[in-house]
Each structure stands twice: as structure tokens, then as C-alpha cells.
Write a protein that binds this ligand. Structure first.
Ligand code: FAD
Length: 232
């Protein structure tokens, strides 16, 4: 469905990632992991792009997307948005979704690719799903980890959710994994990986690497669900 709306909230997630919220229209039904088209104005010019809906269907008051601000024309226009500003939404789209249909899933993500997985984890936590989820989330620096506090809180509320961060260039005080997601991490953190359906999302090269990793471990292609974010 398409509707005109106004920004209600802007949340800074990291130094270069922001979430933008809009009122939830009651007739808008979406699945965790789907995406939306958003049109914004820069002066008189309208600009349109598509982003994952980073909110969960259980968050009934708002719909949210989360964008890495890259310095592009669109990013600059977004960065200049204020609460109350006009926007147009066209949603929902996409088949990279999870509605509780699998008993055990693995999630492999990097950087901004976390947005659909945040929606799915939040959805499962809110509905007290029995699905066992292990998420491995890689970033360059600790300061790049998006939704870090929220994932920590979700794990406290949801005994079926395990979130493991890995950082390529950590500070001296970092006690978690170092480097990119690799086969050893999957074997250690998701030892029953052959029983799981995997969701992987991130920049195209990362998604490709994760698919190869899983295939090398023997995970059949039909159990690997992928979403690419081109442009990163
Ligand atoms: C299904 C789907 C879901 C998606 N969900 C999300 C999401 O949740 N969040 C999200 O952030 N993205 C998401 N994307 C990607 C998104 O649609 C854009 O492709 C992406 O955000 C890049 O757009 P951009 O305007 O930042 O850069 P583009 O204008 O597309 O440029 C691509 C790259 O060029 C560089 N660049 C361009 N202009 C400049 C400039 N003036 N100065 C410096 N560098 C520049 C930037 O590094 C940028 O990354 C999704 C894509 C798909 C297909």
C-alpha cells in the first residue's frame, strides 16, 4: 500500500547510522524482514529508495527503517530530515521473511545488513517464539555495531536467542571474537548448523562469502536464505 506520512522520530544508532520512524497505519500488514520504498523531498526534488523495515510487526505504533549514511545525495537529504517532514511510503515488499516457520535458524550478518534480522529477532522475542536463533554479527569496529544494546536486552528476555558479535579491528578491551565470520565460529557457536535454516544479509560480497562458507560446511543451498544490499 502507498501512503503519505510524516517523520515522527529520528534515532541515532551509531555515528553513521540513523533510524527514521513514521506512524503505523493500521491497515499496513508486513512480515519481519520485508522492505519498503520511501520517497523524501530535498527542496522540491523527490527522491526514492528502498530499505528494510527494521521495526517488527509487533511494534504497533510505528514503522521504521534504518539507513547507513554514506555521503550520497540521498543520504544527505535523509540526514537533513526533521521530525514532522513529509515522506511517502510504499510497502511491504520482499520474500526474505521469517514468521516462525522453522524450529532452529542461524543468522549471519555484517554491518547494515542487520536490519531485517533485527526485525525478525524482535518479532520472535515479542511473540515469545520457541524458535532457536543464533545470530553471528560481524563489524569492522565496535562502534559500528548497530542495535548492540537492544540485542543484549533481547537476549535477556528471550532464552532462545543467542547473539555473537565479531569485530575485525577491535580495541584492546574487546573480549569477543576477532575477525570476519568464519567456519570455526559457525562450528563453535552453531554446532547443530546442519539442522538449521540460515538467513544471511549484508553487502553482496559478504553474502556471497557466507553462502560459500555454509556450502563448504555442507549446508544445502535450499536452506540458505539471502538478501543483498547493493551500494555498500
Ligand atoms: C531489499 C533491500 C533492502 C535494503 N535495506 C537497506 C537498509 O535497511 N538500510 C540501508 O542502509 N540500505 C539498505 N539497502 C540498500 C539501499 O537501497 C541503498 O542501495 C544503499 O543505502 C546505498 O544508497 P546510498 O544513497 O547511500 O548510496 P548510492 O547513491 O546508491 O551510492 C552507492 C555508494 O557510493 C558512495 N557514494 C555515493 N555518493 C557519494 C558521495 N557524494 N560521497 C561519498 N560517497 C558516495 C557511497 O559509498 C555509497 O555507499 C537495501 C537494499 C535492498 C535491495
Amino acid at each position: 500500500m502507498k501512503f503519505e506520512t510524516n517523520v515522527t522520530d529520528i534515532i541515532s544508532r551509531t555515528y553513521n547510522v540513523k533510524s527514521f520512524r513514521f506512524p503505523r497505519v493500521p491497515s499496513l500488514h508486513y512480515k519481519a524482514g520485508q522492505f519498503m520504498f520511501i520517497t523524501i523531498k530535498s527542496g522540491e526534488e523527490e527522491m526514492k529508495k528502498h530499505f528494510t523495515i527494521s521495526s517488527s510487526p509487533t511494534e504497533i505504533d510505528f514503522i521504521e527503517f534504518t539507513k547507513k549514511l554514506t555521503g550520497s545525495k540521498f543520504s544527505s537529504a535523509l540526514d537533513a530530515l526533521k521530525v514532522g517532514d513529509w515522506a511517502k511510503i510504499d510497502a511491504p515488499y520482499g520474500v526474505f521473511t521469517f514468521e516462525g516457520e522453522f524450529e532452529k535458524i542461524g543468522m549471519l550478518s555484517g554491518g547494515i545488513g542487520i536490519t531485517p534480522l533485527r526485525s525478525m529477532c524482535r518479532y520472535c522475542t515479542d511473540i515469545q517464539s520457541e524458535t532457536k536463533i543464533t545470530l553471528l554479527y560481524g563489524n569492522h569496529f565496535e562502534k559500528d555495531i548497530i542495535f548492540r544494546r537492544e540485542f543484549e536486552e533481547m537476549q535477556e528476555r528471550n532464552k532462545n536467542l543467542k547473539v555473537v558479535f565479531t569485530v575485525s579491528e577491535p580495541s584492546e578491551s574487546w573480549t569477543g571474537y576477532r575477525g570476519r565470520i568464519n567456519a570455526q565460529m559457525i562450528e563453535k557457536e552453531i554446532p547443530d548448523y546442519m539442522e538449521r535454516v540460515f538467513y544471511t544479509c549484508g553487502p553482496p560480497r559478504m553474502v556471497e562469502a557466507m553462502e560459500e562458507l555454509l556450502k563448504d560446511l555442507g549446508v544445502p543451498e535450499k536452506r540458505i536464505k539471502k538478501e543483498n544490499f547493493p551500494g555498500y
